[in-house]
Design a protein around this ligand. Structure first.
Ligand code: 5GP
Ligand code: ZN
Length: 134
């Protein structure tokens, strides 16, 4: 827990939230600034800013809870988003997964997907580099 963290405060009940699900390791609640109706946040209770800061066992439940909420909402089109770092649009430094319903073109997550040309040789070299460090 971090005393200045807004999501830790939500976990501790010091800030109100609209809770969808809670267990010993996971909390899910409605986003206060939704991109679409039902936009929710699923968080590990363990405090850490980025995905790689969170121990595996603290993350284990997050995806299944996300799936449960999607099923409960009856949504067919949606995005699951998890931002790490300011430049990657992270505003709250406590790991959180967004579940964002995409009911139509104008609501929900808007994505600019700018692909780059990929050189096969460079990709192969990169692949070997990553694999060697796994
Ligand atoms: P980020 O840009 O860090 O991935 O997303 C942070 C999200 O947290 C935003 O969608 C924002 O609306 C939400 N948020 C920030 N403060 C609060 C809060 O106090 N309560 C709730 N429910 N959501 C919050
Ligand atoms: Zn926190």
């Amino acid at each position: 827990m971090a005393s200045s963290c807004i999501f830790c405060k939500i976990i501790k009940g010091q800030i109100p939230s609209m809770k969808i699900f809670e267990s010993d390791k996971t909390l899910a609640f409605l986003d206060i600034g939704p991109l679409s109706k039902g936009h929710s946040l699923i968080i590990p209770k363990y405090h850490g800013a980025k995905l790689h800061d969170i121990p595996d066992d603290q993350l284990a439940e997050v995806l299944s809870v996300t799936k449960k909420i999607a099923i409960a909402q009856g949504i067919q089109d949606y995005n699951v988003l998890q931002n790490n770092g300011r430049i990657a649009h992270q505003e709250v430094d406590h790991v959180h997964f967004h579940l964002i319903p995409k009911p139509n073109e104008s609501e929900g997550l808007g994505i600019i997907w700018q692909t780059q040309d990929a050189d096969k040789g460079a990709l192969s070299k990169l692949l070997e580099d990553i694999k060697s460090k796994m």
